[in-house]
Design a protein around this ligand. Sequence first.
Ligand SMILES: Cc1cc2nc3c(=O)[nH]c(=O)nc-3n(C[C@H](O)[C@H](O)[C@H](O)COP(=O)(O)OP(=O)(O)OC[C@H]3O[C@@H](n4cnc5c(N)ncnc54)[C@H](O)[C@@H]3O)c2cc1C
Length: 575
Amino acid sequence: MIEHDVVIVGGGLAGSRAALEIVRTNPRLSVAVVAKTHPIRSHSVAAQGGIAATLKNVDDADHWEAHAFDTVKGSDYLADQDAVEILTREAPDVVIDLEHMGVLFSRLPDGRIAQRAFGGHSHRRTCYAADKTGHAILHELISNLMRHGVTIYDEWYVMRLILEEGQAKGLVMFRILDSQVEVVRAKAIMFATGGYGRVFNTTSNDYASTGDGLAMTAVAGLPLEDMEFVQFHPTGLYPVGVLISEAVRGEGAYLINSEGDRFMANYAPSRMELAPRDITSRAITREIRAGRGAHTDGSAGGPFVYLDLRHMGQEKIMSRVPFCWEEAHRLVGIDAVHEPIPIRPTVHYSMGGIPTDTDGRVRSGADGFVEGFFAAGEAACVSVHGANRLGSNSLLECVVYGRRTGAAIARYVESRKLPEVNEQHYIAQAQQQIQTLLDQPGDYRIDRVRQAFQDCMTEHCGVFRTEAVMRAGLEKLQQLQQQAQRIYLDDKQSLWNTEIIEALELQSVMIVGELILTGALQRQESRGAHYREDYPDRNDEQFLKHTLSYYSSAGIDIRYRPVSITLFQPQERRY
Ligand SMILES: Cc1cc2nc3c(=O)[nH]c(=O)nc-3n(C[C@H](O)[C@H](O)[C@H](O)COP(=O)(O)OP(=O)(O)OC[C@H]3O[C@@H](n4cnc5c(N)ncnc54)[C@H](O)[C@@H]3O)c2cc1C
């Protein structure tokens, strides 16, 4: 059996920052990072626009309290304010620490780190490396892990969390190269498995964002928090859905409809294109519904609106957002210097996830914690984003809470012994599960079921939601779950059998999808990214609380947990 003091699942920003903190704190600990991709191919590498911190390099009047207020208001008052305080107070320090590690941020003429405007932020505080910020940070973190001797299991798929008597003891993992199954035990397990964009048919996320960590946590009987809050990013490139960063609007681009109007004046007059994402995505969807979207031939009534950079000029476009120009050019043949880019909302980020405290300890319920289990990053819900995340706060969350969780783990494992795990039992179960997948005759192909499921989620749990539409979605989902039991695999080999991975990921996205739909049905109000046309107002009296969803094959049980309010009393949210 493989053994380590600590095993972290996920080599993105959260997992790698945590690993680094552990080995920096105690170099004698044996730390491993497991990832189903190579760690530097984690979705973090695709982050574009930047990381927020009140460095005050371009705006002296900025302050962490302003950052905290913007974050809480952006969250529609659902964020836990104690966690937001930590996020915003520690932000300058973690960014400087990244710079000391060697991250190449873009600069002001005097050499200090440059900062740009971002949606929902009242000051210019987003630090960036052109529009490739995630790339710059992740590469530096991973090379630091190698330098510090962290063991990396790349292209291993984690199939199961071993949880016994309220304690996380280890993992079951599958080597994609040759289908080998291994059990690993550790004093502490951390999930940093990222988001679940692939639950939907149009997303900015990579193919690996299938919510596996969330599904494994749910299947182990632990709750997930606030799953109904799914972020739609306003500017997904039409039709592919890949992201055109908010940095483009931060640098001055306009949103225009088929009539050429800057329609945000009607939705968020004080913030215009830099309103928070939930408001901007609804505005775009409303324009399209009202017939003011465009078709590719330029006529009205089509499925997208435009992001217009033309007034910015070639030099600014090429120096500040070169990657976005390149994406539009390469993927849809648009030269953004001369033509507006067709965009529409795309699924981007999961506000909910594995509930934790501010040390990354995973909650077992409204009170209480799971022994030996930690989480951070997009997979976790420490709830700094509440019902709607502000751009450039996610990389920040990964680094602040990755670091804190790493520090907490280093302390935790000091006094722990390696747990006992029945290796043969878990290996036999996993091998049986895979053999069943390979042997079953089956009637359905994986990609057909997955596509039908993603279409179902997009149609029934999108930007606008109603009870009737979601109930119909849940029924459809249940039928698709039955089909998913009867899939067949063409590839029966053990070498690089990616079909097995696709089959396991299909189970993950379907569990996550059911949790999203069920939480959304129960929340009879509109808050942040969760918009109910049948309950268009926020209802603090009944719903100023976090959802905790418990999964079982018999159905989903919904409970609630209070919100931590420290500095800012809930107010009406206007921009
Ligand atoms: C296109 C794009 C641009 C973005 N731009 C910004 C931005 O400018 N600013 C900002 O703040 N945020 C941005 N975000 C959001 C932000 O990048 C992510 O929320 C953040 O990087 C998530 O990091 P993470 O470490 O939690 O997970 P990820 O980086 O997604 O890493 C997840 C890891 O888990 C591993 N994993 C998952 N499941 C398994 C399994 N079953 N077995 C083994 N390994 C597994 C994966 O291999 C991977 O290593 C952007 C997101 C996207 C999609």
